[in-house]
Design a protein around this ligand. Structure first.
Ligand SMILES: *Cc1c(COP(=O)(O)O)cnc(C)c1O
Length: 450
């Protein structure tokens, strides 16, 4: 029997991974999540120490795909998807920065997007179906999704981005592809792009088209994000030794990967979940009172400008509570247990920039704004509890070269550009332009399917 995934709203029947994947959201608007997690034995986890990343990915993910995908297919996908470095840089004692920024679009979103694209392409092919992925992006998601789905048969991608809010390098990582990937520069804000995509999903005039999304409510994006936690522990912790993770967070998909790893048996002492000025979660953890932030607050860590983290419903469900998609809590989770496992603080833009400067001056380690929030959150936690000599891993989720202006203003020089990005920066761009009005976008989507 394949593992069943249930909706956090508990009003839809359980489905297997394949269904959960292709649907994205459950019919009751909840998020799919396994009722119980497959648990790896301590010996299996200990054996990861000698395995390459792709093999660890296979051993973790096959627990979810058994019965719906042949092992050799998954194993091939893991080798193709994870063919880049994952540097672990020791900063002091056993405190390490894990750089998840070496993929083709230089953010951690490559890890999930590359696996998701392969699985989705396979499932669609089996059904003889086609799909169009619509996605609005403030930068990183669009690039990761566009690259991952480029040239996957049966899938078309349309990415909307706000022309004035995306850096040149972020833009070129999306617009230099062609084929099945179309990019649209919108004369408006990210909020406009997101509203246009949402409206398209709800538009009866488009309901005959096979539209889908690739955002982090999809369980297919979440599971691959549990693998790098196993990987880090396999290189840094002794067998059975607990480890600390610090994850800069927006929609909480990345930190939920750490939670999944923990539930699968990885010994984890604490998951530090730091946020920027969008501090609904740290307030909730402190007071038990949840108030989403509308509209979300802008900050320099722009990929984390999220006022109501979409994966919070899953986190609450893991601790026995129930939160609906609007953020209303129907049943309180076990807060005491959450506080034992999690720490959360909010890091302002001033503290973010100070952190980049301080870490550079003290350790010659270059962080960008998102990783700096992770670093500062870890230090905030350290002020409350000793580490007791355990290993701790702070996730750097993007490459500093994606934000050259910000880095230069903060420490006085521009970061080196990694080779994967250099190539994209030299290719010719190709994108369409639209105003921020829904009617023209609707016509655009219809024409793309003509
Ligand atoms: C998306 C993103 C985040 C936030 O990840 P979530 O899973 O949404 O919490 C952090 N850093 C970078 C660079 C990102 O692109």
């Amino acid at each position: 029997m394949p593992l069943l995934f249930h909706s956090t709203n508990r009003q839809s029947p359980g489905v297997d991974l394949r269904e959960a994947f292709l649907r994205g959201q459950a019919p009751d608007r909840g998020l799919y999540f396994p009722e119980t997690f497959p648990v790896l034995a301590p010996e299996e986890i200990a054996a990861f120490a000698d395995l390459p990343y792709a093999e660890i990915a296979f051993r973790v993910l096959s627990r979810y795909t058994d019965g719906i995908l042949p092992a050799e297919v998954l194993s091939g996908f893991c080798r193709e998807a994870y063919d880049f470095d994952i540097p672990l840089e020791t900063v002091y004692d056993r405190v390490v920065v894990m750089r998840l920024d070496q993929g083709p679009t230089a953010s951690f979103k490559d890890f999930a997007a590359r696996m998701m694209a392969r699985l989705m392409g396979r499932f669609l092919h089996e059904d003889g179906r086609q799909l169009t992925i619509l996605t609005a992006t403030s930068g990183d998601t669009g690039a990761a999704v566009a690259h991952a789905f480029h040239n996957i048969p049966g899938i078309r991608v349309i990415v909307l981005f706000p022309l004035a809010e995306v850096s040149l390098s972020q833009r070129k990582l999306m617009t230099t592809l062609s084929g099945n990937v179309r990019t649209v520069a919108v004369d408006g804000k990210f909020d406009d792009c997101q509203a246009m995509v949402k409206q398209a999903f709800a538009d009866p005039a488009l309901s005959a088209l096979p539209l889908s999304s690739a955002n982090s409510i999809n369980i297919g994006r979440l599971l691959p994000q549990s693998v790098y936690y196993f990987y880090a522990a396999s290189r840094l912790a002794r067998p059975g030794e607990p480890i600390v993770f610090s994850v800069p967070s927006g929609n909480f998909g990345d930190m939920m990967g750490a939670m999944v790893a923990k539930r699968m048996g990885l010994p984890v002492r604490k998951i530090v979940t730091s946020v920027n000025d969008n501090d609904a979660f740290p307030k909730f953890l402190a007071t038990g009172h949840y108030e989403k932030i509308v509209p979300s607050r802008n900050s320099v860590s722009n990929a984390m400008n999220v006022g109501h983290p979409s994966n919070l419903a899953r986190l609450v469900a893991l601790y026995g509570g129930r939160m609906d998609e609007t953020g209303r809590i129907h049943q309180m989770p076990d807060l005491a247990a959450m506080r034992r496992d999690l720490f959360s603080s909010s890091v302002s833009d001033d503290r973010t920039r100070d952190t980049i400067r301080e870490v550079w001056n003290r350790y010659q380690l270059l962080l960008e704004c998102h990783g700096a929030v992770g670093w500062r959150g870890f230090q905030d936690w350290q002020a409350t509890e000793p580490l007791d000599g355990l290993p701790a891993v702070i996730l750097e989720t993007a490459n500093p070269a994606k934000f050259p202006e910000e880095i230069e203003q903060t420490i006085g020089f521009a970061p080196d550009v990694p080779p994967a990005m250099t190539a994209a920066l030299q290719l010719p761009e190709n994108f369409d332009r639209l105003g921020a009005d829904y009617e023209s976008f609707r016509q655009y989507v219809i024409q793309a399917h003509a």
